[in-house]
Design a protein around this ligand. Sequence first.
Ligand code: NAD
Ligand code: ZN
Ligand code: ZN
Length: 340
Amino acid sequence: MRAATVTGFGEPLAVGPTVLPRPDRYQALVRLIASGVCHTDVHAADGDWPVQPAPPFIPGHEGVGEVVALGPGEHPVKVGDIVGNAWLWSACGTCEFCRTGRETMCESAEYGGYTVDGSFGEYMLVDTRYAPVIPEGADPVEVAPILCAGVTVYKGLKNTEVRPGQWVVISGVGGLGHVAVQYATAMGMRVIALDVRQEALHLAQSLGAEAVVDASEEGLDVGERVREITGGGAHGVLVTAVHRSAFGQAIDMARRGGTIVFNGLPPGEFPAPIFDIVFKQLSIRGSLVGTRQDMEEALDFYARGLVKPRVSTCELEDINDVFRRLVDGKVDGRVAISYR
Ligand code: NAD
Ligand code: ZN
Ligand code: ZN
């Protein structure tokens, strides 16, 4: 099979033949139809984060494909079913976090395209106990971004605890953010989209954002603008941006008692004003993808037509170019590899 492999951090992915994997217990071999390209794949290939994957590895965790073989054991799917891989590739199922419905916190979890090979290849393995089942009739290319971007922002928005009719700022309107605008709208929230790119803001407006803020505007006080629009600040802020400056900025936009949720994962740190956090009594939360239940719900929003990722396709061979475009902020919505 052909795949795109990270052979060393910061190096271009090597696209070429590699060994077809064999499904072990509870695993299925899946022939890929499409795979979204997430900015996390860029972080993975660059070895950006404190916990690094081990090259050589195949990135990709928004893969959609057909089950072609099953390993030993009982399976909730059969040959011919359309399934996906996910960032939460598997978890232990027995630890404190797994037992209490918080499997994304499992310390023994495996991550698709990070600790196990992912969907940037013609075939991949999934753990059938954790692999999302793709809704019938779904377009494989269009549904792919739900498997990471969709479930991540859906769970992130739940974590903001914003109620219908209240304001949420979506900071960063890329792959994650453009579906976040749609989930938030479908969940009854009033949306302000914030980005540093005009194209992203246009896209956000066309997807339901009530107001947009261009954080790159010279001399603009972003917090003040958001407080003006919302009459005192946003009830929630979801940060999906890939630049660390967006993280501290969220504090200034939040309403008293508001909740800020971080989805974005640029490496590094940001300065945070202690006084503002205490006096505004803010909650700041990290949110990592979602559980299998969150995934099922996120996919259901897609199946009901409430969320429609904006996806352009590429070939596996184009992966290094797509990575460059993601880093340069030149992608609108999501790019997905098509294996057809
Ligand atoms: P993307 O490149 O598609 O989108 C990033 C967006 O951020 C772009 O629109 C860019 O213009 C915008 N941006 C850059 N600087 C900004 C700034 N200062 N203010 C506002 N917006 C700014 O990336 P993506 O695939 O959407 O991923 C976004 C981040 O989320 C990545 O760091 C990724 O690793 C992370 N991520 C986290 C989870 C999770 O579970 N927490 C899941 C998936 C992705
Ligand atoms: Zn992702
Ligand atoms: Zn566990």
